[in-house]
Design a protein around this ligand. Structure first.
Ligand SMILES: [Zn+2]
Length: 104
């Protein structure tokens, strides 16, 4: 199992979008991740993890594809963060719904 990412480096919006990508394992630590500009990107989670997308090359941090691959292998920290993001969204939706019902 590859090392997990330190949580402060994870962008919540990028993680949410990563969760919706199709991931296919093509090697021990190699994955094809559905892309937006390309049909897919090859992610290698062997340290240091790598992806050939523009975001990974230019920005340098963990790109959406790397996050998707890490979610695919069940990276505990990312799964926990994603669960909390979903719980926050669920709470927000319930609050908005209750507000609308009060004003209707
Ligand atoms: Zn990438």
């Amino acid at each position: 199992m590859p090392n997990t990412l330190p949580c402060p480096t994870v962008d919540p919006d990028r993680l949410r979008r990563a969760a919706a990508r199709v991931v296919t394992r093509v090697g021990a630590n190699r994955f094809l991740v559905e892309g937006r500009h390309e049909p897919h990107y090859l992610v290698d989670l062997d340290e240091p993890a790598s992806c050939r997308c523009r975001d990974a090359q230019v920005r340098g941090g963990p790109c959406l594809h790397e996050l998707a691959a890490r979610l695919h292998v069940g990276d505990g920290d990312l799964v926990l963060i994603l669960g909390r993001l979903l719980a926050d969204a669920d709470r927000e939706i319930r609050t908005m719904r209750a507000r609308r019902q009060r004003t209707a």
